[in-house]
Design a protein around this ligand. Structure first.
Ligand code: ADP
Length: 230
């Protein structure tokens, strides 16, 4: 993903510069964390990166596609096929099994031929360690298992970017560690991962960290240099 002079100002009055002119390139296969205090602009960044909001200035390229030039239909299709979302509160359908939650993502995104969907959903649930819980309702799963279902759902369309918003925010420390380990594994498999967090321990997991403060995005070169040296 590439942001060129991207900014978002809420008109107000008074206008709020939620994201000030930002340039950022995240290459395929990178694991980048985005940190900042509450109100700094993290959600604004996530919404732009996830094609949920349009910037008020600048250009956002995803896989080389100028997203600003897209009409709503192609934009939604691009979001569904290229971006997997993982949220703090999982956002699963409570009355549908783990398998159905993953299947429905493919129905909604229409990214996978119908005949392949069940196999694909089963495989991805196995990948996140839930092969034995495919028929369970989310209400019968632990928090960590729910987040695994959500990660499976995010991965099933084989997105080019996994966007995670405080993915461990609702989990206890041990469970959070297991989810962070899963993200490490997915990164090792080549997935591009962007994790938005206010937690320094989570931020430290990325090979590269971007900071946002008062809408100003800046690279944490100290962290990048350490990661590069290591
Ligand atoms: P974070 O996710 O880091 O908590 P946000 O991106 O939600 O920060 O917010 C950045 C700034 O933009 C804050 O000052 C917030 O109050 C403001 N903001 C967010 N959404 C809106 C909106 N719809 N209208 C006006 N201001 C907003």
């Amino acid at each position: 993903m590439e942001l060129r002079g991207v900014a978002l100002t809420y008109p107000g009055p008074p206008p709020v510069h939620a994201l000030r002119t930002a340039d950022l390139t995240i290459g395929a296969g990178e694991y980048v964390t985005v940190v900042g205090p509450s109100g700094s602009g993290k959600s604004t960044f996530l919404n732009i990166a996830g094609l949920l909001d349009k910037p008020t200035a600048g250009t956002y390229l995803l896989d080389g596609i100028d997203t600003g030039a897209l009409k709503e239909g192609p934009r939604t299709a691009l979001r569904g096929s290229r971006i997997g979302f993982v949220f703090q509160s999982f956002h699963l359908l409570p009355l549908r099994s783990a398998l159905d939650n993953v299947l429905l993502a493919m129905v909604y995104n229409n990214t996978v031929p119908r005949a392949e969907r069940r196999k694909r959903a089963t495989t991805v649930l196995e990948r996140v360690g839930l092969g034995h819980r495919v028929d369970s309702l989310p209400t019968r799963l632990s928090g960590g298992e729910r987040q695994r279902v959500a990660i499976a759902r995010a991965l099933v369309s084989r997105p080019s970017l996994l966007l995670c918003d405080e993915p461990t925010g609702n989990l206890d420390t041990a469970t959070a560690a297991s989810i962070l380990k899963l993200l490490d594994e997915l990164h090792a498999d080549g997935m591009t991962i962007v994790v938005i967090t206010h937690d320094p321990a989570v931020a430290a997991r990325g090979a590269r960290t971007v900071r946002i403060r008062d809408g100003v995005l800046s690279e944490d070169f100290g962290r990048t240099a350490v990661a590069g040296a290591g």
